[in-house]
Design a protein around this ligand. Sequence first.
Ligand SMILES: NC(=O)C1=CN([C@@H]2O[C@H](COP(=O)(O)OP(=O)(O)OC[C@H]3O[C@@H](n4cnc5c(N)ncnc54)[C@H](OP(=O)(O)O)[C@@H]3O)[C@@H](O)[C@H]2O)C=CC1
Ligand SMILES: CC(=O)N[C@@H](CCC(=O)OP(=O)(O)O)C(=O)O
Length: 325
Amino acid sequence: MTSNKTYANRTKIFIDGQHGTTGLQILDRLKDRPDIELLELPMADRKDLGKRAEIAKAADIAVLCLPDAAAKELVAALGDADTVVIDASTAHRVADGWTYGFPEMAKDHRQKLLDSNRISNPGCYPTGAIAILRPLVDAGIVRADSTPAVFGVSGYTGGGKELIAVHEQPGVEPFGLYGLELTHKHVPEMKKYSHLKHAPMFVPSVGHYAQGMLITVPITRDIVARKVSAKDVHNVLSDYYAGETFVPVRPLADRKWLERDRFLRADRLVDTNTMELAVYGNEAEEQILAVASLDNLGKGASGAAVQCINLKTGVDETTGLAVAA
Ligand SMILES: NC(=O)C1=CN([C@@H]2O[C@H](COP(=O)(O)OP(=O)(O)OC[C@H]3O[C@@H](n4cnc5c(N)ncnc54)[C@H](OP(=O)(O)O)[C@@H]3O)[C@@H](O)[C@H]2O)C=CC1
Ligand SMILES: CC(=O)N[C@@H](CCC(=O)OP(=O)(O)O)C(=O)O
């Protein structure tokens, strides 16, 4: 239950990097909230470390939407200040003392987030990969010592201002694989939070469209601990995310979300904080495919940060509205 009550003590939030792709989206989601007071630096001071640290210390929550190096220097300047830091960069995703900002990752995870003032927002691709792999590894379906393959396609906003500028020029590739060194910066967090012993093999790609992504994980006989069906995999995921507003699991082998009964659009959840999961299978060949669909800027970045802000400030996690007494 929610109400439109007014807030005597608004939560002070500073978005460091608020003019960037992720920062602007967070700003947009928070700017009209009656429970939040946004602290801002003049444009000319936006890269002044002293001023950034000062305003971050005055804030209840500092959200870092910065390149890794700028996030690290702000965190160092903050020291042990009790400001809650939500870092959207890759800098602290597997670092000691930081809690991964993915509330649905495990049943006890929300409490860990409530107890922590250093929160690292998940990467967009890992949000899908971990959502699929962790329940399956924990259920003993996927072997922890196996090497799952993870494939992802993202809209070009996933690469921030730099990649957006590239895609605004003519002649850019319509679709391209990258990360072919197989050392993408998201691999360590996928490994750690999926409870895998080895790095999964991750191949990302970018399409010439702005927003939205798909992540696929084949569940093949060489990575499973025992013979399983698509229904087994679907049951594990459905049970794991039962009651989670933002992680619905589609019916087994669902075709209703396909365009022209064939195509799964990568941009179907744009501007939402929802990530849908689905499972398909070819029983005869013992082949199963798990799919995650999300917005790289929504559940994959800004939406996830706002969800953690809601959790930390005690408003309804899904709506951002006050919880009625
Ligand atoms: N885009 C996405 O889908 C996702 C991005 N992320 C992560 O979020 C972070 C931000 O990414 P994104 O928004 O895409 O990047 P952008 O390049 O779009 O924005 C980065 C912002 O940081 C500012 N900035 C750069 N250096 C400094 C500095 N030293 N001090 C203060 N501000 C600085 C930039 O200002 P200016 O432009 O003026 O230089 C810009 O406003 C990155 O770490 C990224 O990896 C995470 C998940 C998804
Ligand atoms: C399409 C594209 O370029 N995507 C980015 C990742 C986006 C993201 O999640 O960034 P962080 O891990 O920094 O948070 C990339 O692969 O580098």
